[in-house]
Design a protein around this ligand. Sequence first.
Ligand code: SAM
Ligand code: SF4
Length: 342
Amino acid sequence: MWGPRTDAPGNAVAPLIDPFQRAITYLRISVTDRCDLRCVYCMADEMQFLPKRDLLTLEELDRVCGVFIDRGVRKLRITGGEPLVRRDIMHLFRRLSRHLGTGALDELTLTTNGTQLGRFASELADLGVRRVNVSLDTLDPDKFRAVTRRGDLGVVLDGIAAARRAGIKVKINAVALKGVNEDEIADMIAWAHGDGMDMTLIEVMPLGEIEGDRTEQFLPLSVARARLETRYTLTPLPDRTGGPARYVRVAETGGRLGFITPLTHNFCESCNRVRLTCTGKLYMCLGQEDAADLRAALRASPDNDLVTQAIVEAISRKPKGHDFVIERAKPAVPRHMSVTGG
Ligand code: SAM
Ligand code: SF4
């Protein structure tokens, strides 16, 4: 049963504005905590995944997205875990794509490791997905297998090619990893830009227990950028997405390069997003523990009043900013990125 969309009297279609006057127009939804890879900075090798009954059903995910869209959310990003390994995930994309048709939604997109794009790219394109972020940290097949603990680089490259053939614009996201891909970053930029793909570098964030020491993985992007400037001319761009990325133009390639530096820069003042986990917890900030339980609200009643109330109440608690500190022995936030979604 799809819940009818109703609003509590007096709340009708008020946009979601937080206490710091930031309009919430962007929802990221983690549809599963599972993944077919085990990237060393993201997951432990042996992971205890959530029991299926704890997950929001695809119908519940569609319902809750509908409420957010009614409240002014214009962009949805589906993530995970690996979103494309969730069973029947195309059903959710099919449901959500109707909001593109009505004009209520500007963008439906996803972040993926690319392993399943060969299978799904053309259907995603048919459903209105115009852009996709593919996470790829190295172009060396052996390093790729080591970083992901099991992945096959060729499959991901084929997936990227399938997306591009289907007319989907691909952006490459690479986590900068000390001693792993730091020497390769300049070449990866040349590869991505040479193929017409934007690229973004991400600093490792202290999210979730992993095996090994995160401070050993941590490569400040200030260091990566200084090295890149010995080969490339980087010109800052004014582009802003409301998120943590800052962009430059690389003169030599003509391409766009993003830097996501949550640890060394504060990007919170323009934050326009919230994150929903696959169990229905709404996190108002990636770097804070406070969350609202939308699953309980969704399951308590078939109409959407309770869930609308829960969302409005949660947004009224969105904090001003985050609080990551890499040097802490414990992760600043105990949940994995694969739970909250990247
Ligand atoms: N599985 C998909 C993928 O890899 O694109 C989507 C989920 S993944 C959690 C989303 C993004 O988070 C990826 O780009 C990944 O590299 C990044 N990520 C995961 N753990 C991270 C961490 N501890 N610090 C920084 N980025 C991280
Ligand atoms: Fe899986 Fe993405 Fe995490 Fe890698 S970063 S383990 S692909 S969820």
